[in-house]
Write a protein that binds this ligand. Structure first.
Ligand SMILES: [Zn+2]
Length: 171
């Protein structure tokens, strides 16, 4: 039980590249924000950030996942599926998986293979039909598909930068 009001004991910070804000509310373990204002409770260390344009931020995170090299993690698959507004069973059907199989991909108890990873990214892109993302993909689709380099070790951090009241991935 928390015996105090965290917002009464704030220490204010601005997240920098050297000390980014760990954005656990994204639902992903590896998303960090730069440029955002946040405060830390001096009693218990709880952090809270001011997040402008949260919908835009979530879309930029999704975009960054679609464009990243290295395989998607189960949590990242789940993130993209939820951003696309699909129930697990419906998304599974779109990529020709049984709900049971797809559920194991999301929990990470089954590893993704390369064709499925690419199909999930493309399916997300088509479902969301975000102009900017589609433009990024189609500008150089062959290079993108080969640069995903799924054999490569997964990229670690996803870092998103606040730009005014919007967001951009720093890749
Ligand atoms: Zn506290």
């Amino acid at each position: 039980m928390i015996d105090h009001d965290c917002s009464k004991n704030p220490k204010r910070h601005t997240a920098t590249p050297a000390k980014p804000y760990h954005f656990v509310d994204s639902g992903l373990p590896n998303v960090y924000l730069i440029g955002v204002k946040y405060w830390t409770c001096t009693k218990c260390g709880t952090q809270s950030a001011e997040i402008p344009a949260p919908e835009r931020l979530m879309n930029v995170i999704a975009e960054s996942l679609v464009m990243k090299s290295g395989m998607l993690s189960g949590a990242e698959v789940k993130f993209l599926r939820k951003r696309a507004g699909k129930k697990a069973a419906d998304f599974a059907a779109l990529i020709n998986k049984t709900p049971e199989h797809f559920s194991k991909l999301e929990t990470g108890s089954l590893p993704l293979n390369e064709p499925t990873d690419k199909l999930i990214r493309l399916t997300y892109g088509m479902l969301i039909a975000d102009q900017e993302l589609l433009a990024r993909i189609s500008a150089n689709v062959e290079e993108w598909l080969s640069s995903i380099d799924l054999g490569k070790k997964r990229a670690g951090k996803i870092t998103i930068k606040k730009a005014g009241n919007s967001w951009s991935d720093t890749a």
